[in-house]
Design a binder for this molecule. Structure first.
Ligand code: ADQ
Length: 491
């Protein structure tokens, strides 16, 4: 326990919220990217605690912990690295996590490579993570494990005889049983999840899918209660299964968008595009995000509604991701080819319809793009939540934008009432939705965007952490040692 008598929060995830990179032979610490980091970094920063994960480098050796300690001193929480070898990275990370669980859990089973070597490496790395957790924590800590790379943490801690209070949150969807059952190691994996005290999902559908698969693989599970968190009794033990839709730091994004410099940059973007209507897509470059399908919808829009030629711009901003993997390189090529084709088909002097940026942008620049856009096209083929949908709303200070959202994004469960829901596979349907959104009555647009913003404001990242901790240990954020209490009270 801490000297305030409160439990310490320990986060465990595949990657630390920072990455070690070698530049000109020198190792340096760099802030990481991605949904999980975006979500948790501000919370831990304000609350204190420990984060255990891989530092992203396989050769930093002793430099690693020294650099992380320097970073911790500034960050206000501790970092502990679990070293991974090149082979671990290939088999556990790229292999089991990203060639099996990632596609399978996004309903894309034909992309899976069920290599038993991957499974063995996954177990081996999970065991080593669990050893580090056991060594670095005490029985008073609350261990919050994140995501599909580390589903065996509670199982291994228990098999070592280590008693800890544990929670797990799955950031990606949990597939329906007919898909999950294709996993060769389905029973071991699902039973490992039942060893956590609390298992959290993004949506009720994900939680129900999990319970259905559990019942098929281990009949006799009894579910008690209703609402966001239910109790599951199985083989003489009980755990909780809950729904906790993740969110963003609403005020951070809204404040950024309201900053005169960011607002000016948004104006400059609009001016550079001659005040045409702006449709925006922002994603990690991943096949689950539906980027090619989205470009095809834009092509459909311009083919079907020729009056829109010269009057709209589609900006796709894609942050590079898993660039070492062939499939991701192929996807990049496919997108570039499609962008070239659409621009080749429709460009006229002074107008190019699709603007494609293949790079990560600083958050303030991203905020100015969000603020400049009339429509956000958030059309993943499947997504646990999708934070871009929420970031766009938070930055829409004028409340005049429209969110077009895939019905297969977890965010749809919360936002469906006010967003324009589409099936991302239906190019014609998406094109029609964009056309309608462009002609949507301004009052109705304002009302919907206002409701969306209010919803995200109320269900922000602090609310998410609170709900999880309440369910896990009957504590909320205020029960953890606070570095900066003012910030929490504001949210
Ligand atoms: P992701 O799939 O990585 O994570 P997503 O929710 O799509 O997460 O968020 C991506 C994040 O990256 C956003 O915060 C966005 O601002 C940022 N980003 C995207 N493109 C960028 C660019 N070009 N430059 C800079 N930043 C960019 C997983 C799941 C999601 C789930 C999150 C959180 O797949 O479904 O929402 O975790 O649980």
């Amino acid at each position: 326990m801490t000297d305030t008598g409160m439990r310490r929060l320990v986060v465990v995830s595949n990657r630390l919220p920072v990455a070690l990179k070698q530049i000109d032979g020198e190792w340096t610490v760099q802030g990481g990217a991605g949904g999980l980091v975006t979500a948790l970094a501000p919370v831990l920063k304000n609350r204190g605690g420990l984060w255990i994960g891989w530092d992203g480098a396989s050769g930093a050796g002793e430099d690693s912990q020294r650099l992380l300690d320097d970073f911790s001193a500034d960050a206000g929480y501790d970092l502990k690295s679990v070293p991974l070898s090149e082979e671990d990275v290939q088999k556990y990370y790229f292999g089991f996590s990203n060639e099996i669980i990632w596609p399978l859990f996004h309903d894309l089973q034909t992309r899976c490579r069920f290599d038993p070597e991957y499974w063995r490496s996954y177990l081996d790395v999970n065991f080593r993570f669990a050893e580090t957790v056991a060594r670095m924590t005490s029985s008073d800590d609350f261990i919050w494990v994140h995501d599909y790379h580390l589903m065996h943490q509670a199982f291994f801690l228990k098999s070592m005889g280590i008693k800890r209070s544990t929670g797990f949150f799955l950031h990606i969807p949990f597939p329906p049983p007919d898909i999950f059952l294709k996993l060769p190691w389905r029973q071991k994996l699902i039973l490992a999840l039942t060893e956590f005290d609390l298992v959290g999902f993004q949506t009720t559908q994900d939680r129900d899918n999990f319970i259905k698969s559990l019942n098929m693989l281990s009949p006799g599970a009894e579910v008690e209660g209703e609402g966001a968190v239910v109790s599951v009794r199985l083989r003489g033990r009980e755990f909780q299964a809950g729904t906790f839709p993740i969110s963003i730091d609403f005020n951070q994004f809204a404040d950024m968008a309201g900053d005169p410099e960011v607002a000016h940059k948004a104006f400059q973007i609009r001016e550079a595009l001659k005040h045409r209507k702006i449709i925006i897509g922002v994603d990690r470059l991943d096949y689950t995000k539906g980027i090619p399908e989205r470009i095809l919808a834009i092509r459909e829009l311009l083919r079907h509604y020729p009056d829109l030629r010269g009057k709209i711009n589609f900006i796709q901003i894609a942050v590079p991701s898993r660039e070492d993997v062939d499939e991701y390189r192929d996807l990049r090529d496919e997108i570039e080819l499609l962008v070239g084709r659409v621009n080749g088909e429709f460009s006229i002097p002074g107008w190019v319809p699709v603007h494609y940026h293949y790079r990560g942008l600083p958050q303030r620049e991203l905020a100015s793009y969000y603020a400049a856009a009339d429509i956000a096209l958030v059309t993943p083929l499947r997504d646990g939540m999708n934070l871009v949908a929420k970031e766009y709303c938070a930055c829409n200070m004028k409340e005049a934008g429209v969110l077009i959202l895939s019905e297969f994004a977890g965010a749809a469960a919360q936002m469906q009432e006010w967003a324009y829901l589409v099936n991302p596979y239906d190019f014609e349907g998406v094109a029609k939705a964009i056309h309608r959104a462009l002609h949507w009555d301004v009052e109705e647009r304002r009302e919907s965007m206002h409701e969306l913003r209010e919803h995200v404001r109320g269900h922000n990242i602090y609310w998410w952490v609170d709900s999880f901790l309440q369910a896990g240990i009957s504590k909320n954020l205020q029960d953890f040692p606070a570095v900066d209490t003012v910030r929490f009270e504001e949210n």
